[in-house]
Design a protein around this ligand. Structure first.
Ligand code: UD1
Length: 352
């Protein structure tokens, strides 16, 4: 059996790693295609290195662009690759443009599609990722879900039972594997993080492309930075917006994007994480670290009902939210977030 994995953007890479490893152990033939949606070393190559994923066999080098042009470029460049490779399964991850674009190409060429992280819904179609999730799940032939609520969502949408398989959360496999290496980086200590610190990431257009909203988030973080270390590895777009607007960042330690292990070191010891990332909502739940998600909704409600996540739609509440955050005394973990999800994905594929 031959698998063709597609990845393109930073959050895809920790999801590919455990699936690729498990499929190798089962003797499946694998090709990795990187679309090049993310291309800076800090957003891509450093993750391949940290996660021990073999270098991509093909890089489509699509780069940045509007949603339509990026999606179109991925489709155009991916089609000949898929025709040449003719895999038994296209395996796509998460909800980025690369996920949806390559799923459309495969559907039209009659190549079966497996979607890892199927069934997540924010219910908010102003989010580009929500469109990507809906389209990808409608086209996929095997819906591999990270949580039982995601399986229930797909059933409610009318997906056939035999196409849905609950496998658990592959990102948590990577998290568990990486913890010793994260600690060994000493990154948090070097940054002056002392356990009272706040780790921040923000990149959603709804936060960083809205000037009034971005200003109020940065103002809240600036206030927090008067009393605690606030360490903010910023996505290139976020950094550009902050600079364009000339926002005062006070004591906030604004740094370039950091590699996977360094980020994990910063997060695991944090007092609280402030984010709009999907992955961090899950990682903080698995680590038992309080998380404040600067959004009105989440496609990962299980991180609220069974984890440490709280939605913070109003940035003005961030200061109080950070001060009142406490680590849970008993750490709960959603079912299937156990470090073996990658093996279940590979098994599900090899059985079909
Ligand atoms: C993408 C994903 C998002 C994911 C995020 C993680 C979509 C719709 N969005 O958003 O779901 O959470 O990645 O980071 O697929 N840029 C660089 N260097 C890079 C890549 C991007 O500087 O290596 C800058 C460019 O100015 C680019 C901008 O970031 O225009 C946006 O990049 P893009 O890939 O379009 O979307 P992200 O915001 O990164």
């Amino acid at each position: 059996m031959k698998l063709l994995h597609v990845v393109g953007a930073r959050p895809n890479f920790p999801k590919l790693a455990p699936v690729h490893r498990a499929a190798t152990r089962l003797g499946l033939v694998q090709t990795v295609v990187h679309t090049g949606q993310h291309y800076d070393d800090a957003m891509s190559a450093n993750f391949f290195r940290d996660l021990g994923i073999p270098a991509p066999d093909v890089n489509l080098e699509v780069g940045s662009g509007s949603h339509a042009s990026q999606t179109a470029r991925i489709m155009e460049r991916f089609e000949p690759v898929l025709i040449a490779e003719r895999p038994d399964w296209l395996v796509v991850y998460g909800d980025v443009n690369s996920t949806m674009a390559t799923a459309i190409v495969a559907a039209k060429l009659g190549v079966r599609i497996a979607h890892v992280e199927a069934g997540l819904r924010s219910g908010d179609r102003s989010m580009p990722e929500e469109i990507n999730r809906l389209v990808t799940d409608r086209l996929a032939n095997l819906l591999l879900t990270p949580s039982t609520d995601a399986s229930a969502t797909l059933r409610a949408e009318g997906e056939p039972d035999d196409e849905i398989e609950f496998v658990g959360n592959v990102m948590i496999d990577t998290l568990f594997t990486a913890l010793p290496n994260a600690e060994a980086t000493g990154y948090a200590r070097r940054m002056g993080a002392d356990g009272t610190h706040v780790a921040v990431t923000l990149h959603r257009p709804s936060n960083v492309d809205e000037p009034v909203r971005l200003a109020s988030i940065i103002s809240a973080l600036e206030q927090i930075s008067q009393t605690r270390p606030v360490i903010f590895p910023a996505h290139p777009r976020t950094r550009a917006r902050i600079a364009d607007m000339g926002l005062s960042t006070g004591h906030i330690q604004l740094v370039d994007p950091i590699a996977y292990h360094e980020m994990l070191d910063l997060v695991r010891g944090a007092h609280v994480v402030v984010t709009d990332s999907g992955g961090l909502q899950e990682e903080t739940t698995a680590l038992g670290v309080p998380c404040l998600t600067v959004r009105e909704n989440t496609e990962r409600p299980i991180t609220i009902t069974e984890g440490t996540n709280r939605l913070m739609p109003d940035p003005a509440q961030l200061v109080a939210g950070v001060e009142s955050a406490v680590r849970p005394t008993v750490r709960r973990s959603p079912e299937g977030w156990d470090g073996h999800a990658g093996e279940r994905v590979a098994l599900a594929l090899s059985r079909r």
